[in-house]
Design a protein around this ligand. Structure first.
Ligand SMILES: Cc1cc2nc3c(=O)[nH]c(=O)nc-3n(C[C@H](O)[C@H](O)[C@H](O)COP(=O)(O)OP(=O)(O)OC[C@H]3O[C@@H](n4cnc5c(N)ncnc54)[C@H](O)[C@@H]3O)c2cc1C
Ligand SMILES: NC(=O)c1ccc[n+]([C@@H]2O[C@H](COP(=O)([O-])OP(=O)(O)OC[C@H]3O[C@@H](n4cnc5c(N)ncnc54)[C@H](O)[C@@H]3O)[C@@H](O)[C@H]2O)c1
Length: 472
C-alpha cells in the first residue's frame, strides 16, 4: 500500500453529478481527485437519460408528422429500428468514455480509476483493476456521488433469471419480439413506449397505476395513448412468481393469469448506492444517510458530503447537477472560512429547490412536465392549496397537431397567492416547463404573472386560460 496522498477534495463517482462537483471546486481554486470504477459520465450518459431519450425521439417525431394533415400523407413508412439503435449508440459513444476522460483532464481534475472505499476520517482507499491500491486524504471534503442501484423486488424465481435492468434495455443491440415490463414508473413507461414503437409487443405490469407521482389526469393521458398504440398495461396487478420456459419469461400475475415475453425488464425503482463504500466502518448507517441543504452528512462531523442519487433526495440528473453546484460552492466557501455550519435558503450554497421546486419530465408521447408539488403533496406539506386545471385547447395547440390532447394544472398557495406546482401533459409540453419553474422558484405573485402575456398562437396560451379560470 502506498503512502496517503493529500488533496483538497476527493469525489467518489464520476457520473454527471460527481463530474460537476469536482469541476466546481477546481474552478474555485481547490484541487480534486475524481474516482470512477466504471465509465466516466455515469448512468445518465450511457444507460439512462441519453440512450432512453434517443430511443424515444424518432417515434415522437414520426407521430408528430402523422398528426398533421398534409404532412401525414408524406409519411408512409415505419420506424427503421436498426437506424434508431445506431443513432442511440452514437449518443453513448458506443459506451466509450474517452471524450469524458478528456473533459475531466481539461477541467484540471485528477481522475483515478478503481473502486473507492472510505477507510477513515477524510481518507479514501482506491482498489485498482491491476490489484494495486492507493490512498488519498482530503484536507477539505470527501464527496459521495455514487449514484443509485436498481431495486430488485422480492418475487419468487426472479433473482436466478437473466432479466433486463434499465442498463440492458437502454443498450440492447436488437429489438426483442416481445417485452414484459415490471413497474409502471417513469423508466418502465418510457422504455415500454420506445420498444413498442420499435416493433416489440409490450406488456406493462403495474402493481397499482402508472406514473403514480403525477396527477391522475396527466398519467391517464399517457395510459390512453400507450394503450391506443397497442401496449398492454395491466394495472393493480401483482406479480407473484417468474420462471423461464423454452427460453421465454413467464410471469404469474395472479388469479391463474400469466404474461409471457422474450425479454423481461425490471424497472421497479432505485435506491441510493450507499453499500460497500465503507460507511459502516465510520459508524454511519448506509440505510439512513442523511444530508443537509449544503450536501453535508451532519452525522460524519463536517467533512463528508453526498450529492445526486446517493443523497436520497431526488433522482434526476439536472437536480443532481444543481446539488453539485451548491455543494461545490459550499465546500469552497468553507475552505475560505466564509460559510459556517448551515447556509441560508436560496443562497448559492443551499439546494433549496430540492424542497418543492423540482422540475421533471416524462419523455413519453404525450409528455408530462411538472414542477413543484401536486395538490396532494402541497396539502401534505401544510400549504393552504387550491388547484385550477383545464384541457389544453387553445389556438396554439390546435395548430400544433390535429386532435391535440393535453391537460394543465396550477396549484396555488392561497395564503401567499403564488404558484407551488404546475403540471402540463400533452405533445411536446416539456419545452413549456421552464417558464413554470421560474414562476415557482421566483414565487412570482399571481397578480404579476397576469402581466406575463403568452405569445399568440402558442400552446403557452394555456397560462392565460388557467389564470382566467382561477379568477384573474
Ligand atoms: C432509464 C433511466 C432514464 C433516466 N432518464 C432521466 C432523464 O431523462 N432525465 C433525468 O434528469 N434523469 C433521468 N434518469 C435519472 C438519472 O440517470 C440519475 O438521476 C443520474 O444518473 C444520477 O447521477 P449521479 O451522478 O448521482 O449517479 P450515477 O450517474 O449513477 O453515477 C455514479 C457513478 O459512481 C460510480 N461509483 C459508484 N460507487 C463507486 C465507488 N465506490 N468507487 C468508484 N466509483 C463508484 C458509478 O460507477 C457511477 O459511474 C434516468 C434514470 C434511468 C434509470
Ligand atoms: N424522464 C426522467 O427524468 C426519468 C426517466 C426514467 C427514470 N428516471 C428516474 O430514475 C429513477 C428510477 O425510475 P423507476 O421508474 O425505476 O422508479 P420509480 O420509483 O419512478 O417507479 C418504480 C415503479 O415500480 C413499481 N414497483 C415497485 N415494486 C414493484 C413490484 N414488486 N411489482 C410491480 N411494480 C413495482 C412502483 O410502484 C413504481 O411505480 C426514478 O427515480 C426516476 O426519477 C427519470
Amino acid at each position: 500500500m502506498s503512502e496517503p496522498r493529500t488533496i483538497d477534495v476527493i469525489v467518489i463517482g464520476a457520473g454527471a453529478v460527481g463530474e460537476n462537483v469536482a469541476g466546481r471546486v477546481v474552478q474555485k481554486g481547490l484541487s480534486a481527485v475524481l474516482v470512477e470504477s466504471d465509465l466516466v459520465g455515469g448512468e445518465c450518459s450511457y444507460w439512462a437519460c441519453m440512450p432512453s431519450k434517443a430511443l424515444l425521439r424518432p417515434g415522437t417525431i414520426l407521430n408528430a408528422a402523422r398528426s398533421v394533415a398534409g404532412a401525414r400523407e408524406a409519411v408512409t413508412g415505419t420506424l427503421d429500428a436498426q437506424q434508431v439503435l445506431e443513432r442511440r449508440t452514437s449518443f453513448t459513444s458506443d459506451w466509450d468514455d474517452a471524450s469524458q476522460e478528456e473533459w475531466v483532464a481539461s477541467a484540471g481534475i485528477e481522475l483515478q480509476r478503481g473502486w473507492a472505499t472510505l477507510s477513515g476520517e477524510r481518507e479514501v482507499t482506491i482498489s485498482h483493476d491491476d490489484g494495486s491500491t492507493s490512498v488519498f486524504r482530503a484536507t477539505q471534503a470527501v464527496v459521495l456521488a455514487t449514484g443509485s442501484t436498481p431495486i430488485v423486488p422480492p418475487i419468487d424465481g426472479l433473482p436466478d433469471l437473466d432479466y433486463w435492468t434499465t442498463r440492458e434495455a437502454t443498450s440492447a443491440r436488437e429489438v426483442p419480439a416481445s417485452l414484459a415490463v415490471l413497474g409502471g414508473g417513469v423508466a418502465g413507461i418510457e422504455l415500454a413506449q420506445a420498444y413498442a414503437r420499435l416493433g416489440a409487443e409490450v406488456t406493462v405490469i403495474a402493481r397499482s397505476g402508472i406514473l403514480g407521482n403525477y396527477p391522475k389526469e396527466a398519467s391517464d393521458l399517457v395510459l390512453d395513448a400507450l394503450r391506443g398504440e397497442g401496449v398492454t398495461i395491466l394495472t393493480d396487478t401483482a406479480t407473484n412468481a417468474v420462471r423461464k420456459e423454452g427460453g421465454r419469461f413467464v410471469l404469474e400475475v395472479g388469479e391463474g393469469r400469466t404474461v409471457t415475453a422474450e425479454k423481461l425488464l425490471v424497472s421497479t425503482g432505485r435506491h441510493p448506492h450507499t453499500s460497500n463504500i465503507g460507511l459502516e466502518a465510520l459508524g454511519l448507517d448506509p440505510k439512513k444517510l442523511s444530508r443537509d441543504d449544503t450536501g453535508q452528512v451532519p452525522d460524519a462531523g463536517g467533512w463528508l458530503y453526498a450529492v445526486g442519487d446517493v443523497g436520497g433526495r431526488v433522482q434526476l440528473t439536472h437536480q443532481g447537477k444543481y446539488e453539485a453546484r451548491m455543494t461545490g460552492d459550499a465546500i469552497a466557501a468553507r475552505a475560505q472560512g466564509i460559510l459556517g455550519n448551515s447556509a441560508p435558503d436560496w443562497s448559492p450554497y443551499a439546494s433549496t429547490a430540492d424542497r418543492g421546486a423540482v422540475p421533471q419530465v416524462v419523455f413519453t408521447d404525450p409528455e408530462i412536465a411538472m414542477v413543484g408539488r401536486t395538490l396532494d403533496q402541497a396539502r401534505e406539506d401544510g400549504v393552504n392549496a387550491s388547484e385550477t386545471s383545464l384541457e389544453i385547447a387553445v389556438a396554439g395547440s390546435s395548430l400544433h397537431s390535429d386532435g391535440y390532447k393535453g391537460w394543465a394544472q396550477m396549484v396555488v398557495d392561497e395564503d401567499r397567492k403564488v404558484l407551488v406546482g404546475v403540471t402540463f401533459a400533452g405533445p411536446e409540453v416539456s419545452e413549456m416547463l421552464h417558464a413554470a419553474t421560474i414562476a415557482v422558484v421566483g414565487e412570482v405573485p399571481l397578480d404579476r404573472l397576469w402581466h406575463a402575456v403568452p405569445a399568440y398562437p402558442t400552446v403557452s396560451e394555456i397560462w392565460l386560460r388557467l389564470l382566467e379560470k382561477y379568477g384573474m
